[in-house]
Design a protein around this ligand. Sequence first.
Ligand code: THU
Length: 132
Amino acid sequence: MEKTKQRILKERAIEASKFSHSPYSKYSVGAAVETEDGEIFVGCNVESSSYGLSVCAERNAIAAAIVNGHKQFRAMAVYSRNGATPCGACRQVIWDICGDIPVYVYDEAGKEKTYRTSELLPNPFDCRKFEE
Ligand code: THU
């Protein structure tokens, strides 16, 4: 991915993390997803007092893009203070909705790690299984 675009994606993920609603874990996460036509949608984690209802930043970013009519994705950036990689549930949803995209993970020191969805979720389950 083009460096400038990647930097913007990173900055949008960092900005989004500032809106994190995480009074229970106090762990802010921000995510930004780029659509095929170059638009960026962001999400932060939103926690509930009924903990299991909390939604991660990555899934909120994907939902924001979907509700705006997007179906094709190029890349995702995820930011947290210590560079958390997406949780298992998010890996499944990134695979289902975005496919095998690069996922850039950043921490507060500015360290970057690049993964692909296929690397984060090897041997995935998806709709091909029940459509075959
Ligand atoms: N969290 C995310 O937003 N994304 C991840 O991939 C890992 C976890 C959030 C969920 C919860 O609000 C907090 O981080 C601690 O688990």
